[in-house]
Design a protein around this ligand. Structure first.
Ligand SMILES: Cc1cc2nc3c(=O)[nH]c(=O)nc-3n(C[C@H](O)[C@H](O)[C@H](O)COP(=O)(O)OP(=O)(O)OC[C@H]3O[C@@H](n4cnc5c(N)ncnc54)[C@H](O)[C@@H]3O)c2cc1C
Length: 553
């Protein structure tokens, strides 16, 4: 093959990326078709298609620029005449992308209850570029807006909510959320930051926050200790405006962090000294607000984002395998390449189904139509899905890099290195794996969640078109639930084995939803390759046909 032929194959691969990655995403569209009807569905399809096109023409090229090391955000501590600003400056391309993201209304929809399908779809499309510098700011703003809408007193809500849900990027305010301190992020109850009551409805916050993403935000959600308290019970949730009378509100930005991934957005370390703050909801319920609204919103959105990362990796790898030639054939002819692409596709498909099962619960909780069982199911799903999907995203992005070979490691060749770096960050923020696992186990021990999980998954299986697959999944699910129950009831056994059990259960849940949607190849692949101990591909007569179906899907 000549140089020109090799290069034109690469051109063909690049050109294969769709102009509208929403309209061509049949899997996502089928999920939305099943969940939404009429005007709401049509409105979402139209806005998703418009945003998907903007992702290709505006956000993607902009992110490729501002994510380069030479264009990262910079701290601007002072203005030209020496006033402290504590500001962050960005490459202009960052703001071009931000304008397109905000115009999609992914954030502005937070003004209304029950728009979870819309927000998940838009964030998934945004995540086709990885974090892209704006998925975290959008998520933090959505979480803060929800906390203000659901939990704050009217006066606080009226003052802070409206600017957060403005769709015009240039004038909209953005939110951030600061819980983590240098002594630990998982153990939020170790927070030492204090809030002192001013007696006029406001507080003064003093202390350090160690991981502050969206350090340029206009409003900070901050956890701080009220009174002489210890543990999570003493933590209040507050909104801290960045500026008061045009000047930094009692904070200094120590430095911006040099991160492995999510590099386009500014993450810093912030010291607060008597910053004015207003409580979001009762101060003695601050931890509840932080976890049940803010962190759970972020966990849901991180799971959604992980799924978008997987979708992009699948698209890149599959198109590349079709045009890249080695040893006289395109590499999709090699069984090992086909199996890798099939593994990637099954994981993306399963995660997408599970993420939208979670999104259905988010939608109901946010518009206050959720039943008690919906809330219990959500409690399980939000932690389990973030845990499983974020691990899969790293593995799928890495597999995509493998399919592209050496080219896959090159930053200017494809988006894959960025997806991989971002996916690894997604694994840690908003709750590390072990913390999510511990949270689920704690919940199972306190609440009758497991019966709800079992009943819901078995109901989904009843709708599966492939009876043999449904039977195999049911059998494996029932066996897995026995192990989970033992983890719940036996403390030591649970401490040693629950993480493995939850991972298996999460993947089985993905397979169950895929089977329920009639996706037999993806569901079977997930069941055998990822949730059946002792599975041997060599004895699997259905492997070749299943891989072919997945590679083509
Ligand atoms: C790029 C980036 C941006 C971030 N932005 C923000 C932000 O804007 N706001 C914010 O508040 N935080 C932010 N974080 C912090 C993030 O939420 C924390 O990193 C995370 O919560 C984990 O805390 P930690 O890093 O202190 O790890 P640690 O809590 O020290 O945990 C270290 C290890 O111990 C394990 N571990 C801890 N407790 C247990 C347990 N009970 N059982 C088993 N294992 C356990 C953890 O799973 C982990 O593997 C950001 C992080 C990153 C990487």
């Amino acid at each position: 093959m000549s140089y020109d032929e090799a290069r034109s194959a690469l051109d063909e691969w690049r050109a294969a990326y769709p102009e509208d990655p929403f309209s061509t995403d049949e899997r996502l569209r089928a999920i939305l078709n099943g969940a939404l009807k009429g005007k709401r569905k049509r409105a979402l399809e139209a806005s998703a298609s418009t945003f998907a096109r903007a992702m290709v023409t505006v956000v993607g090229p902009a992110a490729a620029r501002y994510e380069q090391r030479s264009h990262l955000p910079e701290l601007e501590r002072y203005d030209g005449v020496g006033h402290r600003r504590e500001a962050v400056s960005f490459d202009p391309a960052y703001h071009e992308a931000g304008a397109a993201v905000w115009a999609s209304e992914v954030v502005a929809l937070s003004r209304l209850p029950g728009r979870a399908y819309e927000q998940a779809t838009l964030l998934y499309l945004l995540s086709l570029e990885g974090e892209a510098g704006h998925a975290c700011p959008a998520t933090c703003t959505i979480g803060l807006a929800r906390a203000l809408r659901r939990r704050a007193d009217a006066s606080v809500r009226e003052r802070f909510l409206a600017p957060l849900v403005d769709p015009h990027y240039a004038q909209a305010q953005r939110g951030a959320q600061f819980l983590t301190e240098v002594q630990g992020g998982s153990d939020v109850g170790a927070n030492a930051c204090v809030a002192v009551d001013e007696g006029d409805g406001s507080y003064r916050i003093t202390g350090e926050k160690w991981f502050c993403s969206v350090a340029d935000a206009d409003q900070f959600f901050v956890t701080a200790r009220v009174g002489d308290t210890t543990g999570t019970a003493g933590l209040g949730s507050f909104v801290v405006p960045r500026l008061i009378d045009g000047r930094p509100n009692g904070f200094t930005l120590r430095r911006l962090k040099d991160k492995l991934g999510t590099r386009g957005l500014a993450s810093g370390e912030i010291d607060f000294a008597d910053a004015r703050a207003w409580p979001i909801g009762p101060v003695d319920e601050g931890f509840k607000t932080a976890v049940s609204v803010v962190l759970n919103t972020s966990r849901w959105m991180t799971a959604v984002g992980s799924t978008g990362i997987m979708r992009r990796a699948v698209l890149e790898a599959r198109a590349y395998a079709r045009v890249r030639r080695a040893f006289g054939v395109t590499i999709e002819n090699f069984a090992d390449v086909r199996r890798t692409v099939a593994d990637m596709t099954a994981q993306w498909a399963g995660a997408l189904h599970l993420v939208f099962a979670l999104t259905a619960m988010e939608d109901r909780i946010d518009d206050e139509t959720a039943s008690e069982n919906d809330r219990l199911y959500h409690r399980f799903l939000v932690n389990a899905t973030k845990f499983v999907a974020s691990r899969q995203a790293t593995s799928v992005a890495r597999a995509g890099i493998e399919v592209l070979g050496g080219n896959g490691t090159i930053e200017e060749f494809s988006v894959l290195p960025r997806l991989y770096r971002d996916a690894i960050v997604y694994e840690s923020w908003e709750g590390t794996h072990n913390v999510l696992v511990a949270q689920v186990l704690h919940d199972l021990r306190r609440l009758a969640i497991l019966d709800v999980v079992e009943a819901r998954l078995l109901t989904v299986l009843e709708g599966a078109s492939d009876a043999t697959l449904a039977g195999a999944l049911r059998e494996r699910l029932v066996a897995m639930l026995l192990t989970v129950r033992r983890c719940r009831d036996d403390e030591e056994f649970g401490a040693w084995h629950f993480r493995d059990a939850l991972e298996q259960l999460g993947i089985l849940a993905e397979a169950v939803y895929a089977a329920g949607a009639g996706e037999t190849p993806a569901a079977t692949h997930l069941l055998y390759e990822y949730a059946t101990p002792g599975y041997e591909a060599a004895s699997d007569a259905g492997l070749m046909a299943r891989v072919s179906a997945l590679v083509g899907s």
